[in-house]
Design a protein around this ligand. Structure first.
Ligand SMILES: NC(=O)c1ccc[n+]([C@@H]2O[C@H](COP(=O)([O-])OP(=O)(O)OC[C@H]3O[C@@H](n4cnc5c(N)ncnc54)[C@H](O)[C@@H]3O)[C@@H](O)[C@H]2O)c1
Length: 267
């Protein structure tokens, strides 16, 4: 059950094999959408898609490396043919490499920019081409980019990640402006999730301890919670509810927006 109705919609979720992306894929399906999972993790991605299909939703998996233009072109075409359309894109795939600025590694930094920034830009490109009038799907649609609270705060050891997520914020706003100006019928928004205690979130907590910034994971997490007015870390359903809302017609007049889902931590 969902508060918002996505019956008949056709969605592609990048990085949907696990984590926040897998949860978003499940939530879109519960709201009535058909869902393709696009990921570099084939076995896990297929498993996640099959798990969601047990609820009766139409699902599929497509191999997708978001840093690669040709991979995107194939994934968009595959989504249209497998689902019979394409009107929701969740640009969720992302990586986080923790590093103090004094220790930045150019190769790792570049990789993070490729996945988090170029991956989102290429996703918007191929969704625009497929969804706009005359495109292979051609019925307009919605894009939700997954940025981060890291785009709105200054937290030590995540300068590169913060830079990449700030870029997602700007990609979102320019995308919304272009889609509007050119009559694509596509809304483009992003969310800024706060820290979630999954694999990526806990790795960050361990990394800042290893960097000597906090004495323990408990102290680091405690400080994050202390900076959060709602007084807790993020939960998956906080992210999925907001994303389903932005995809739904309840958000029909919302585009070019960034929605903090961070318990008030960001500015
Ligand atoms: N976990 C958090 O606390 C948190 C907070 C704020 C924002 N985010 C953002 O949410 C998104 C999901 O994060 P998560 O916590 O679920 O991470 P995760 O590591 O659990 O999942 C990321 C997924 O992206 C996929 N992926 C990585 N590189 C890819 C590529 N080149 N092409 C296609 N898929 C690729 C991975 O295989 C994986 O399935 C990311 O954009 C992340 O930056 C996470």
């Amino acid at each position: 059950m969902s508060n918002f109705d996505l019956a008949g919609r056709k969605a592609l979720v990048t990085g949907g094999a696990r984590g926040i992306g897998a949860e978003i894929a499940g939530a879109l399906a519960r709201a009535g959408a058909s869902v393709m999972i696009g990921d570099i993790l084939g076995d896990l991605g297929r498993e996640t898609a099959a798990g969601i299909a047990k609820s009766g939703a139409k699902t599929g998996f497509v191999a997708l490396d978001v840093t690669d233009d040709a991979s995107w072109e194939a994934a968009a075409a595959n989504t249209v043919s497998a689902l019979g359309g394409f009107d929701i894109l969740i640009n969720n795939a992302g990586i986080e490499v923790t590093a103090l600025i004094a220790d930045l590694d150019a190769g790792q930094f570049r990789k993070m920019l490729e996945v988090n920034v170029i991956g989102v830009g290429l996703g918007m490109k191929h969704a625009f081409r497929a969804m706009r009038p005359g495109g292979a799907a051609g019925k307009g649609g919605v894009i939700v980019n997954i940025a981060s609270v890291a785009a709105t705060i200054a937290f030590p050891a995540i300068a590169g990640y913060s830079a990449s997520k700030s870029a997602v914020d700007r990609l979102t706003r320019v995308g919304a402006a272009e889609a509007g100006k050119l009559g694509y019928g596509i809304r483009v928004n992003c969310i800024y999730p706060g820290l979630v205690a999954n694999e990526m979130g806990l790795k960050l907590a361990n990394d800042v301890v290893a960097a000597g910034l906090w004495p323990s994971v408990e102290a680091a997490v405690g400080d994050v919670v202390g900076l959060t007015p709602v007084g807790r870390l993020g939960e998956m359903r906080d992210m999925t509810d907001a994303t389903v809302f932005l995809c739904s017609d309840a958000a029909r007049f919302i585009t070019g927006a960034g929605l903090p889902i961070d318990g008030g931590m960001g500015t």
